[in-house]
Design a protein around this ligand. Structure first.
Ligand SMILES: Nc1ncnc2c1ncn2[C@@H]1O[C@H](COP(=O)(O)OP(=O)(O)O)[C@@H](O)[C@H]1O
Ligand SMILES: [Mg+2]
Length: 259
């Protein structure tokens, strides 16, 4: 995480973000009393109802729960894509819920990668230009952008598709392009919402393996919304959500282990 020069939005050292202690990784995302209310007055709906959590660097966290329980809302808040109605979100030493929009955008672009179905690519553009997009937003120059995008495509084994139109790829290949785009800015966290939801089991397994490979080799923290029990069990921790609250948390002994 980049350090903030601005005192505004900076967390006091005693709050939520302890410094590195031996063996224990630092907290990179924390929430306090996170609450999200949709609608107004009689139409009010509390999608998140006082979520407190801490996620440490290098963890793989599954967010699980029934449809409508608030998983996507929680993920969108953690990823700074949506603002909570109440409560606080800490990203490293930053109190993100107090930062100006422009700084929130920068924090998100620098540190997060996304594998979301609804954030799909520009179908008519080439695979390469889709993967380059986060770097373009970050203001990286053309040559460096291309180099890094090709490197990300190499990792997902789609180098040879760089010039293809995104739309001409299979579902599994598209999802791998999304992973390439998610890792191209070298993020500390990848957020994935049902990353294997629309894929057959063989293709899904490959996408999963790639995510855990990023977790193990690059130390990228994974936060995954999933209905898939096997995928959830592969994560180091499972957070069970019900009616916008944390129902329980479990931990796996085998981190990112093979199925
Ligand atoms: N933009 C919105 N406006 C009103 N209600 C919403 C909105 N987004 C989600 N909700 C409601 O909030 C609840 C949680 O939604 P969501 O986080 O998408 O659940 P999940 O991802 O667990 O299926 C649901 O009841 C849903 O209908
Ligand atoms: Mg959802």
């Amino acid at each position: 995480m980049k350090k903030s020069k601005q005192p505004r939005g900076k967390a006091a050292p005693s709050q939520a973000v302890p410094s590195r202690t031996s063996g224990i990784q630092p907290v990179i995302i924390a929430t306090k009393n996170l609450t999200k209310i949709y609608g107004k007055k009689s139409a009010e709906f509390k999608a998140l109802n006082g979520i407190n959590l801490e996620i440490r660097r290098g963890e793989s966290v599954a967010i699980i729960g029934k449809s409508g329980s608030g998983k996507s809302t929680l993920m969108h808040c953690l990823a700074l894509l949506d603002a909570p109605t109440k409560g606080e979100i800490f990203i490293g030493s930053h109190l993100a819920t107090k930062l100006k929009k422009r700084r929130v955008n920068r924090l998100r672009n620098k540190n997060f990668g996304f594998v979301f179905q609804q954030f799909f690519m520009n179908a008519r553009d080439s695979v390469l230009s889709n993967v380059e997009l986060p770097l373009k937003i970050a203001g990286i120059r053309h040559r460096e952008r291309k180099r890094r995008a090709m490197e990300a495509l190499r990792i997902v084994e789609l180098e040879e598709k760089a010039k293809s139109r995104a739309n001409d790829l299979s579902g599994g290949q598209k999802q791998r392009v999304c992973i390439a785009r998610a890792i191209v800015n070298n993020p500390s966290v990848i957020f994935a919402d049902e990353p294997t939801g629309n894929l057959d089991s063989v293709t899904g397994a490959r996408v999963e393996d790639l995510l855990f490979q990023m977790n193990k080799e690059k130390g990228i923290t994974l936060i995954i919304v999933t209905h898939d029990e096997d995928l959830a069990a592969r994560c180091s921790r499972q957070i069970h959500i019900k009616d916008g609250k944390i129902l329980s948390e479990t931990a796996s002994t085998v981190k990112g282990g093979s199925k």
